[in-house]
Design a protein around this ligand. Structure first.
Ligand code: MD3
Ligand code: FE
Length: 215
């Protein structure tokens, strides 16, 4: 795994996409099989589920978590917690391949020493989308967020610090890693409805890992 991680900075196509945000194109491809296999282990212990927003709507994206803290939503609000509300058990441990990739990507983007304590895993099936929102439930808003896209491509909406700022559309493909730090950390963002298709590793779905420092 060391050797695979050492290749990260050499992957071409990496570019800043905003103030403090950097896309590392295809950076997770070398370990994509291992990432998907780890997600399979995690989902067996903590299945994907459609959370309910505080407003009472069922999210079209299905979610689970690994690591010390997991993000959950219900009619009572959003929060990070150490246990899966469906089972009462601790979230599955964060696999070493997850932690190493997130730490290396953050360092490559200029944020050394990133040690995520939460990994939210999003499962998109055709039609699933995420409306524009900010991520501000984490206690540490100075740490970046690292996201890893696997499977079907999606159109990511990258807005500004105000909900009304018109978002840019950025295509995220299998293996792309994005690091969101500095001013972009609090940018409004979302994901357009997933187009139908099939991917050899994930079938008719997209999986997105987001690493955070939440606790
Ligand atoms: C920019 N997930 O889980 S990942 C989320 O593709 C979320 O599943 C999307 O937004 C997905 O909250 C986007 C990229 C991402 C994640 C967090 C961010 C971009 C971000 C936080 C601040 C700014
Ligand atoms: Fe988000």
């Amino acid at each position: 795994m060391r050797d695979l991680l050492a290749e990260l900075p050499a992957v071409p196509g990496s570019e800043p996409i905003g103030d403090g945000a950097m896309v590392l194109r295809a950076a997770a491809r070398p370990m994509a099989d291992a990432l998907v296999a780890a997600v399979d282990q995690i989902r067996a212990a903590a299945p994907f589920r459609h959370l309910i927003t505080p407003g009472g709507r069922r999210m079209s994206v299905a979610m689970t978590n690994c690591g010390p803290f997991g993000w959950v939503s219900s009619h009572t609000g959003y929060r990070y917690q150490g246990t899966d509300p469906d089972s009462g058990a601790r979230w599955p441990a964060m696999p070493t391949v997850f932690r190493d990739l997130a730490g290396q990507a953050a360092a490559d983007a200029g944020y050394p020493g990133f040690q995520p304590d939460a990994c939210l895993i999003n499962l998109y099936e055709p039609g699933a989308r995420l409306t524009l929102h900010q991520d501000r439930d984490e206690r540490d808003l100075d740490s970046p967020i690292v996201s890893v896209s696997l499977g079907l491509p999606a159109v990511f909406l990258f807005g500004g610090l105000r909900r009304t700022d018109r978002p840019r559309r950025i295509r995220l493909e299998h293996g792309d890693v994005v690091v969101w730090g500095g001013p972009s950390r609090l940018a409004f963002h979302g994901v357009e409805a997933l187009a139908d298709g099939s991917h050899p590793l994930t079938g008719r779905s997209r999986i997105n890992l987001t690493f955070r420092r939440a606790g």
